[in-house]
Design a protein around this ligand. Structure first.
Ligand SMILES: [Fe+2]
Ligand SMILES: [Fe+2]
Length: 194
């Protein structure tokens, strides 16, 4: 899966201020964080969580086409307004990248757990189904953003939702454990070479 999506995700996303390998690295770290979180909390989603992590921001590939046109305006607003980048996407474009990613996943006939977790990775409590997996991807995305790798401008103002942490029974020490495990993975220079 990683080798199949790597070439697609290695793209510069202008409006998001994401450089060439940024989305790919962010997606890979999110996938690894999701898998590690499931192992730590004994959740039965390891491989699905990894795949969902890889694909969670796929909607940015579509939305970036529009963001390019309004990118400068969004960038100015995201720092000035007390809104998340996702809320700004909704306000200005009408959709956010998570919803668009969910549409893509559905049209590609991906399983419902992937569709739901991609659609709701920024609002896991709103997922009607598979909200636990959506919470895993939400937290994994937050961890990847905290590590500061490749998330671009929307890494800011995207705090981890307490509700998602509670749902997964995650304490701060668990997050630290997962981050230190990721830190060890990151020592391997071949980790992103697909
Ligand atoms: Fe996202
Ligand atoms: Fe993300």
């Amino acid at each position: 899966m990683a080798s199949a999506v790597a070439p697609i995700l290695k793209i510069k996303l202008v409006g998001y201020e994401i450089d060439q390998d940024g989305l790919w690295k962010h997606s890979m770290i999110t996938a690894m964080a999701a898998k590690s979180l499931c192992k730590k909390q004994n959740l039965p989603y390891g491989d699905v969580a990894f795949t969902a992590g890889l694909l969670h921001d796929i909607g940015k590939l579509v939305i970036s086409i529009y963001v390019q046109e309004v990118g400068a305006y969004l960038l100015e607003k995201v720092t000035a307004a007390n809104l998340s980048y996702v809320e700004l996407e909704e306000k200005i474009i009408g959709f956010n990248h998570a919803t668009v990613g969910g549409f893509l996943a559905k049209n590609w006939n991906l399983p419902e757990d992937l569709v739901q977790s991609i659609s709701w990775h920024h609002a896991p409590s709103s997922a009607q189904y598979h909200s636990e997996l959506a919470s895993v991807i939400h937290v994994a995305n937050g961890i990847a953003s905290l590590l500061g790798i490749g998330g671009g401008v929307d890494s800011f103002l995207n705090p981890l939702q307490q509700e998602a942490l509670d749902r997964l029974s995650l304490k701060e020490s668990d997050l630290e454990f997962i981050m230190s495990e990721l830190g060890e993975f990151l020592l391997d220079p071949t980790i992103f070479s697909y």
